[in-house]
Ligand binder design. Structure first.
Ligand code: A2P
Length: 275
């Protein structure tokens, strides 16, 4: 049985979440239904994915009570003003047909169209607005995504409040050591999106051999690696068998094999990466 992660603010977060980036609406509905049937209690979506309403409908139709399911959604990356933050959260809640979200993340420190742009001021405004919306009961837990340490520090310096999580692109060979170490040393939970490198990692020969030794799939090996590293994996799948497989990851990897997996850092090339 996988243990929940406990965020620095005491929030309990189920260990493997279903990722829904690139899940088309109908596929997404089925994926969430299957995931909940298989025992997932954590679903990750975003306003930008265009599938919040399908996530919400699947949760309602599952018959599982809302309080038992941890739902994350995200503020679009180009929204950095107070009115925009509030309006987008309200729209996400309408899409989901929920009164609150368990986790609300700033999707990125800069608009996707302007990666790397300095949006410090806007991020601080967004962060303060989210903290206010949390006090008003619309959000249980606030966090960020794709943030570097200096971008997180500017939020903490401005408000005294640190994000509970930083959701980053994290998989074997791409563990963003500087950001991960900073977050983990400061009690910020790292969530791993694209833990399978959006599928590109699955054809790696070394990983296939190692997975065979554990009698698991490469996907299961990669998800277990994230857990071993103290990160919370969010594998995406719209296939029932694979959804089931991705939560059956309660096995230990030896220190020697972790060292081998660590040694793959930066080797690539993995295809189909987002940025
Ligand atoms: P599918 O949705 O058809 O299952 P990531 O989580 O890194 O974004 O990777 C998602 C990609 O990996 C998708 O293409 C997904 O395809 C595929 N995938 C997810 N789980 C598995 C699995 N257990 N085995 C093989 N492919 C998988």
């Amino acid at each position: 049985m996988l243990k929940d992660f406990i965020a620095c603010d005491g929030t309990s977060i189920p260990a493997v979440g279903l990722g829904t980036w690139q899940s088309q609406p109908d596929d997404c509905y089925n994926a969430v239904r299957w995931a909940l049937d298989e025992g997932y209690r954590h679903i990750d979506t975003a306003y930008a994915y265009g599938n919040e309403s399908d996530v919400g409908r699947a949760i309602r139709d599952s018959g599982i009570s809302r309080e038992q399911i941890f739902v994350t959604t995200k503020l679009p990356s180009h929204i950095k003003d107070e009115r925009g933050v509030e309006a987008h959260l309200i729209e996400s809640l309408r899409n989901l047909r929920m009164d609150y979200v368990d986790m609300y993340l700033i999707h990125a420190p800069w608009p996707w169209a302007e990666i790397g742009k300095d949006c410090t001021e806007g991020n601080i405004i967004a962060w303060k607005t989210m903290l206010d919306l949390q006090l008003r009961g619309f959000i249980r837990c606030c966090g960020v995504s794709n943030f570097h340490p200096d971008e997180i520090l500017s939020l903490i310096e401005a408000t005294g409040y640190q994000p509970a999580v930083n959701q980053i692109r994290y998989f074997v060979g791409n563990t963003q050591p500087e950001t991960t170490t900073f977050c983990q040393e400061n009690g910020i939970l790292v969530e791993a999106y694209s833990p399978l490198a959006t599928g590109a990692i699955l054809e790696n020969g070394g990983l296939s051999q190692l997975a065979a030794r554990y009698n698991v799939s490469v996907a299961q090996l990669c998800i277990a690696y994230c857990l071993h590293k103290g990160t919370l994996p969010l594998p995406k799948s719209v296939n029932q068998t694979r959804i089931r497989q991705n939560i059956e990851v309660d096995f230990q990897i030896t220190d020697a094999d972790i060292a081998y997996l660590d040694s793959l850092e930066g080797i690539g090339p993995y295809k189909r990466l987002r940025s």
